[in-house]
Design a protein around this ligand. Structure first.
Ligand SMILES: Nc1nc2c(ncn2[C@@H]2O[C@H](COP(=O)(O)OP(=O)(O)OP(=O)(O)O)[C@@H](O)[C@H]2O)c(=O)[nH]1
Ligand SMILES: Nc1nc2c(ncn2[C@@H]2O[C@H](COP(=O)(O)OP(=O)(O)OP(=O)(O)O)[C@@H](O)[C@H]2O)c(=O)[nH]1
Ligand SMILES: [Mg+2]
Ligand SMILES: [Mg+2]
Lengths: 291, 278
């Protein structure tokens, strides 16, 4: 546990007036291990620790707490700050219907999240439309239909050849039936698949979503920076969703995604049931990552 | 890693970075570098450091390969249970495996053991159609163990070579779901002592250190006989495989590198090692 590890390093600090650079440096080596065990990306961890080092060096050793606890507080505060604010506010379009586009790698939890978002917005008095725009995965449309039915939310599914066309048809349907917002479930795809990434760009250009939400699996390891950065460079997504947090993955991917995209994590998914959606709390995530 | 480099501290630091960035994890990285240093002493500069590192990685994976003997290879149907956490690619892998065995002119039957997730049965049905396999299924919400048992009976009666059973994705932290998995295995075992002949844990290549915890917990519930690494067509290296293989002493059987029927290959340690360092 982090406190015990750092306590050992700082035992020698008793009686010294200031947190010295060498002592901090040694302590941060241990913190780096903790971060890597939590799946924080190597470079992100390095940059993060450099900032902690800057903040910690030269600080006076407060009498009332151990030097280790002092450094941990700096680490914790720095991480909470980096993980961002607690706002799960979703932007609304000036011209309805508002479109929320949901994207991400294969299997990250997009379809389930779309249904959860639909339920969440319905509970707040909106009349959402779920759009089954994954034309590729076997029974993807059936999956969204079944989920939509279970929560009494309208779902749009059309036998289109291309996802962007299906999305446009869904917009017409939404306008005709006064459904708002429109939540688009897209097929999972690799960030290195140029054709499929261009498809997302096309949907974005034709529909002008108020939000593009990047859904990431909380057990993702070092690769989180690669996929997040690529999706962000292509689409400038406005928010991230972290899923499967009902597991015991430490979730360092959260820090990695924040660090490379600067976008807020808006919601977390904490179970398979459709009510398992929570607002993201940076302090809780920081505790989880630091173990 | 230009040719002609010595295995000095600078190279070791670079290798450490590459391995850690590939999700190999601390302990296994230390282990690999220590083995590299030993190998380098014996090698006395005859081999390039990168090639030596590949050999060290491949041999670590080979140890697990050697530790397992194929169980009851001649029994029919050979029952393959496919398990893992949510979204890793189990159902798709079953489609690919069905195709793989069908290409060997084997009779394959599928059983829709995921009775929980929306459209899971419909999804497997499409793979059954694509591969020309029969599928046993029940209703959404039916008892998973009962459906898998029915599938086994059916496969025996029809003289199938393989029965591949899909199961619902589940987090290892959910004890009731792990108990359900134990029950599925128990029910198969009651029918025939040797079943399930294979229990494949499907792992997503993007998974970080939690992959090791997953493997340990799954194997506690129901002994894993092989690993399948999926989504290796992405940029993730799947380095967690090394820790898992080393800790569980279980071989990697297949890799999935795409969403199509043909996107499955028998695992090759040298190819994997090259990809890890590349
Ligand atoms: N335990 C848990 N499971 C989840 C969570 N979110 C999604 N899942 C499960 O993860 C699996 C994948 O979810 P999907 O919604 O199909 O993922 P997807 O991103 O739409 O997948 P593709 O469309 O194939 O890319 C399913 O088994 C879901 O039930 C979560 O927060 N917790
Ligand atoms: N790129 C790529 N995608 C894959 C691979 N294997 C599976 N997928 C995709 O990953 C997503 C999830 O696959 P599934 O087969 O539904 O995964 P699962 O483990 O059965 O999911 P649950 O049953 O919900 O736990 C789908 O979009 C698949 O097409 C692979 O090797 N490469
Ligand atoms: Mg989906
Ligand atoms: Mg499945």
């Amino acid at each position: 546990e982090l406190t015990q590890k750092l306590d050992k390093v700082f035992r020698r600090l008793r009686g010294m007036g200031i947190l010295s650079e060498t002592n901090i440096h040694n302590a941060l080596r241990d913190v780096r291990r903790v971060l890597l065990e939590s799946d924080v990306n190597l470079k992100v961890a390095r940059d993060f620790l450099a900032r902690v080092q800057e903040r910690a060096v030269g600080q006076e050793v407060i009498g009332s707490v151990s030097p280790a606890q002092q450094v941990i507080k700096i680490i914790f505060d720095e991480m909470v700050e980096l993980l961002g604010g607690e706002s799960a506010r979703l932007l609304v379009s000036p011209r309805p219907p508002t479109v929320y586009m949901v994207v991400g790698l294969q299997g990250s939890g997009k379809t389930t999240f779309c249904a959860k978002l639909g339920l969440h917005l319905k509970t707040k008095g909106r009349r959402p439309l779920l759009v089954a725009a994954d034309l590729q995965r076997p029974a993807a449309q059936e999956q969204l239909e079944i989920l939509a039915e279970s929560i009494g939310v309208t779902v749009f599914r059309e036998k289109a050849n291309r996802a962007p066309d299906a999305c446009e048809a869904a917009m017409d349907y939404a306008r005709r039936n006064s459904l708002d917002p429109v939540i688009i479930d897209t097929a999972g795809r690799l960030h290195i698949d140029q054709v499929l990434m261009a498809e997302l760009e096309e949907i974005q250009q034709r529909l002008s979503p108020a939000e593009i939400l990047f859904v990431a699996d909380s057990m993702t390891g070092q690769d989180a920076v690669n996929s997040a950065k690529a999706f962000y460079d292509k689409l400038q997504f406005s928010g991230a969703i972290l899923t499967k947090l009902d597991g015991d993955a430490r979730g360092g991917a959260a820090l990695s995604i924040r660090a490379v995209t600067q976008q807020p994590i808006k919601f977390i998914s904490t179970g398979e049931k459709l009510d398992a959606l929570e607002v993201f709390h940076p302090s809780r995530m920081a505790s989880r990552i630091l173990g | 890693f230009k040719p002609g480099r010595k295995i000095d501290d600078e190279l070791l630091a670079e290798l450490e970075e590459v391995l850690l960035s590939s999700d190999v994890g601390w302990e296994t990285t230390d282990e690999l570098l220590s083995r590299l240093k030993d190998a380098a002493k014996e090698d006395r500069g005859k081999t390039e450091p990168e090639e030596l590192m590949r050999q060290v990685i491949a041999s670590l994976l080979g140890e697990a390969e050697a530790a397992t003997e194929p169980a009851d290879n001649n029994e029919k149907p050979r029952v393959i249970l496919v398990v893992g956490v949510n979204g890793t690619g189990k159902t798709t892998t079953i489609g690919k495996l069905a195709h793989y065995y069908r290409q060997q002119n084997k009779n394959v039957m599928l059983v829709a053991g995921d009775t929980f997730r929306a459209a899971a049965i419909e999804q497997l049905k499409i793979w059954a159609e694509r591969t020309g396999c029969q599928m046993v299924s029940s209703m959404h919400g039916a008892d998973a163990a009962a459906v898998v048992y029915d599938g086994f009976e059916s496969a025996i009666n029809r003289g199938m070579d393989y029965l591949i059973a899909d199961t619902a994705g589940r987090l290892h932290t959910k004890s009731n779901l792990m108990k359900e998995l134990e029950k599925v295995a128990r029910v198969l075992k009651k029918k025939r002592e040797t079943a399930p002949h294979e229990v494949l844990l499907v792992l997503d290549a993007t998974t970080g250190q939690n992959g090791l915890v997953q493997a340990k917990e799954f194997t506690r519930a129901i002994p894993i006989t092989g690993l399948v690494l999926t989504k290796i067509d992405g940029t993730a290296k799947g380095g967690i495989l090394l820790s898992i293989s080393r800790t569980l002493n279980v071989p990697v059987k297949f890799v999935g590198f795409g969403e199509g029927l043909d996107d499955l290959a028998v695992f090759d340690a040298d190819t994997f090692a090259a990809g890890l360092l590349g």
